[in-house]
Design a protein around this ligand. Structure first.
Ligand code: HXC
Length: 537
């Protein structure tokens, strides 16, 4: 743009050019100087970043945004054109992703380690204010040494300003953070407050205290990657929602996820054309063969999801974290939805502390941005064990309940197979607030599985059988079969109206599409008389 402005300065009528040529010379010189400064800065950035296997902030913006759509704000803000300083350590502006406007800031590690001082803080805050006024998503590209050490408290307060704005924007505009370099100390809370964090396998680190401080404080030796690399955060801590193979993969994921979200909570959801084909029928028929009748046999629930959603396209969130639950985005007849499912291939699909938080946070995200939630249930319950109790399964499991019970978007649930105990109730049951519940014919809905129930209900009978020298296992199996026949099925739930209908697996997509169409006009209810709720955060 600077170069374009330089070219424009030479245009106009020949006469006017001659008359004003003298006056224009200094302007032209200043423009050319700024342009040269910008070119040199980028050359310097390339030298610094490429050697580390990283892209420059501007190269990242080129990958993130639709070609030629970036409008930079305050290019030289925080710099000194005559002093030869090209600008601050952050680039801010607006651009488009698949044609829709987003606000973006990219920290530039080649300028003072991407550190954040007063100039950078002001630029970011101004961008966020404008993004809120426009109602557009905010994307942060993080690559920074944190608070600029030389600026002391002036740098720290800028983080406070950014935190506050991020909280104000939360649930109004989507906020996404890409961690493409270091992100250390209290600075980690900038991304932590956003909706989604995307990291990369290499060069991406997040930690509150680094390896050196840990070594000094506790004597523990640990590498940057083992402490807070992309893999650790995507698999163990759950801080990262996606692990990119490289920067371009990470950036691509952000573009894809944003395609499922509205620009803001008051705006319409995007809609895509969907053309039903004969293949849909074939795909629907496959559903009946995926879930094994034997309730102990695992299967991959993503195979079920792919047979239900448009074109089999399912974009997972937190794919590597808490894998006994699966969450992600898809489209139904061109309309974005959130999908939540138990994953019987891992821990039999039980809900543990991490899976609970994964599900709860995703349902909240969908509810904030008006995406209907489809829940597919096949779970034996909350995961048992002292380790889970001590890790806070009560406190953290409550988050799932809170998320579903307070969600106001359309909620449709399909029970695929097992739905036992508390986990049945919390995973989008009607009693907790879902609009529609359906069950496949093989569904088992009960307080306990048949063997567990037989053990409790017939403890004395089994003891007696043992005393009498009978075959205890055969007795147990008989009691379990009896319980299964009389109690473990969807009939009672249907009679109570807790399940609306038993559906053939093949009809699942069609049933969901009808349900979504019926619920399209669902209204939000506002609870008055309180400042805010007090969720189990
Ligand atoms: C000022 C910084 C800086 C910082 C890096 N630089 N971090 N300048 N303030 N916080 C500068 C370096 O001096 C260097 O300048 C250039 O950036 C590149 O840094 P290198 O160290 O050469 O890069 P590298 O080897 O890749 O190491 C990256 C790094 C390291 C691991 C991030 O720079 C580092 O440890 N920085 C300090 C991190 C830190 O303690 N930050 C404060 C966190 S607390 P030259 O001129 O030599 O090129 C925080 C509080 C937030 O952020 C509060 C929120 C509430």
């Amino acid at each position: 743009r600077v170069e374009a402005a330089g070219a424009a300065a030479t245009a106009g009528t020949p006469g006017a050019q001659t008359a004003a040529a003298g006056e224009r010379q200094p302007i032209r010189a200043a423009v050319l100087k700024a342009a040269q400064l910008a070119r040199d800065a980028e050359e310097h950035a390339r030298t610094k970043q490429h050697v580390k296997g990283k892209l420059t902030a501007r190269e990242r913006l080129d990958l993130l945004l639709d070609t030629g759509s970036f409008e930079e704000i305050g290019r030289f803000s925080g710099g000194s054109i005559n002093g030869g300083v090209a600008g601050a350590a952050v680039i801010t502006g607006f651009g488009r992703i698949y044609g829709r406007t987003v606000a973006v800031y990219a920290q530039d590690f080649s300028v003072r380690g991407g550190s954040l001082g007063a100039a950078e803080g002001r630029k970011i805050c101004r961008l966020m204010d404008e993004a809120l006024a426009l109602g557009v998503p905010v994307i942060a590209l993080i690559d920074s040494g944190g608070a600029r050490i030389q600026e002391g408290v002036a740098a720290l307060t800028e983080y406070g300003h950014i935190f506050r704005r991020t909280c104000q924007a939360s649930g109004f505009v989507p906020q996404v953070s890409l961690i493409l370099g270091p992100c250390a100390g209290g600075a980690v809370y900038c991304p932590a407050l956003t909706d989604l964090i995307v990291m990369t396998r290499e060069n991406s680190n997040m930690f509150v205290t680094g390896p050196d401080v840990i070594k000094a404080a506790t004597g523990e030796t640990i590498s940057m990657d083992d402490l807070g690399g992309g893999h650790v955060h995507a698999t163990t801590s759950g801080v990262a929602h996606y692990l990119g193979e490289d920067e371009s993969d990470a950036i691509d994921y952000v573009r894809t996820v944003l395609a499922y979200l509205p620009a803001n909570a008051s705006g319409p959801l995007p809609h895509y054309d969907y053309m039903a084909t004969r293949a849909d029928h074939e795909v629907a028929k496959r559903l009946a063969g995926i879930v094994p009748a034997n309730e102990r046999q695992p299967y991959d629930v993503t195979d079920v999801i792919r047979c239900i959603v448009d074109y089999g396209e399912f974009v997972q969130v937190h794919e590597l974290f808490a894998p006994s639950a699966v969450v992600g985005f898809a489209c139904m007849d061109g309309n974005p939805v959130g999908i939540v499912a138990n994953q019987p291939a891992v821990l039999a699909g039980s809900l543990d502390v991490d899976a609970s938080e994964k599900v709860a946070r995703f349902v909240r995200l969908c509810d904030a941005f008006n995406l209907p939630v489809i829940t597919l249930v096949d779970t034996p319950g909350y995961k048992p064990g002292a380790e889970q109790e001590h890790a806070g399964i009560i406190r953290r499991g409550a988050k799932v309940i809170y998320a579903y019970a307070s969600a106001q978007v359309p909620l449709i649930t399909v029970i695929l197979r097992k739905a036992f105990g508390g986990a049945y109730i919390v995973m989008g049951s009607k009693s907790i607030g879902a609009d529609l519940n359906f069950a496949w014919p093989s569904s088992q809905i009960a307080v306990l599985g048949a063997t567990g129930a037989a053990n409790i209900l017939h403890r004395r009978d089994l003891q007696k059988a043992k005393d009498q020298g009978k075959d205890v296992e055969a007795e147990r199996a008989r009691y379990a079969a009896e319980y299964e026949r009389t109690t473990v099925n969807a009939n009672l739930s249907m009679e109570m109206g807790e399940v609306d209908a038993m559906i053939d697996p093949e009809q699942t997509r069609e049933t969901l599409l009808h349900g979504l169409a019926t619920l399209r006009t669902k209204q939000r209810r506002r609870v008055t008389g309180r400042h805010h709720a007090n969720p189990p955060l």
